[in-house]
Write a protein of this length. Structure first.
Length: 255
């Protein structure tokens, strides 16, 4: 039985190499890493020989790079400048033209609900982005939904929370804060982190591929949610360091 080819666009990013390795462990899938910059191929280790290099900007480049893939996972994001947003939108528009795609997973963000998050527990009810990043991600969601609405393709928008783990942004941020002698944790860390480990996120993606639920939008944070205090303490415990001190409520509100 032939394996299902799974294109992983943005495979050399922080999450991509972990997802490629995890998919390779599944007997049913053949990961196809796709990257824009050939220099980034070094991050893919043993999967460099299977990596495809190029930018998906229109239907032609989409067919050339991922036209033989039944599953497409889009992890790519070029940034929040006007040119980058236009490139992001062209990317998802091009992917949406493929007739070979049976399942499309598009990485979005909880930033579509607006920033900053100042609640002990977030209620993800209605998108109301107030940043260029959140607005562009929401626009991409709508483009995909509109393009695939009348096709047989299943699509999933994953509104991803703050990812921690090896090489991940949150863990790097925590390390920098912990190393700063003057750092104090705002509100004592008693706010929802909306965080998720990179491992749990990847297992969630694999679960979607193995047993696809109803198409649509899914928020991706850990349940029960961890507070920022829990996230920081988890890291300092692992590094055998003392907990970071708390910032007073008064000073926290001045940030």
């Amino acid at each position: 039985m032939d394996k299902i080819k799974v294109a992983v666009i943005g495979a050399a990013g922080r999450i991509g190499p972990y997802l490629v390795r995890r998919l390779a462990l599944e007997n049913a899938y053949e990961p196809v890493p796709v990257i824009r910059d050939k220099m980034a191929i070094r991050f893919l280790g043993d999967y460099r020989q299977f990596t495809r290099v190029g930018s998906i900007t229109d239907s032609g480049s989409a067919r050339r790079l991922i036209g033989d893939c039944q599953v497409v996972i889009n992890l790519a994001f070029a940034g929040s400048t006007s040119n980058a947003i236009a490139n992001n939108i062209r990317l998802v528009e091009a992917i949406s033209t493929l007739k070979t795609t049976k399942l499309f997973v598009n990485l979005s963000t909880i930033s579509v609900y607006g920033l900053p998050f100042t609640e002990r527990r977030m209620n993800f009810v209605k998108p109301k982005p107030n940043s260029a990043y959140g607005k562009s991600k929401l626009a991409m969601e709508r483009i995909v939904a509109g393009a695939l609405k009348k096709t047989d393709s299943k699509y999933f928008h994953i509104r991803l929370g703050n990812v921690y783990g090896p090489s991940q942004t949150v863990s790097r941020m925590v390390f920098e804060d912990v190393m700063s002698p003057s750092f104090k944790l705002p509100f004592g860390g008693d706010l929802a982190s909306n965080a998720i480990s990179v491992e749990r996120f990847i297992e969630g993606v694999v679960s979607i591929l193995n047993n696809p639920p109803q198409k649509g939008v899914y928020n991706c944070t850990e349940e029960p949610q961890k507070t920022w205090r829990e996230i920081y303490d988890m890291h300092t415990d692992a590094w055998n360091l003392p907990p970071v001190p708390s910032m007073s409520q008064e000073c926290s509100y001045l940030l």
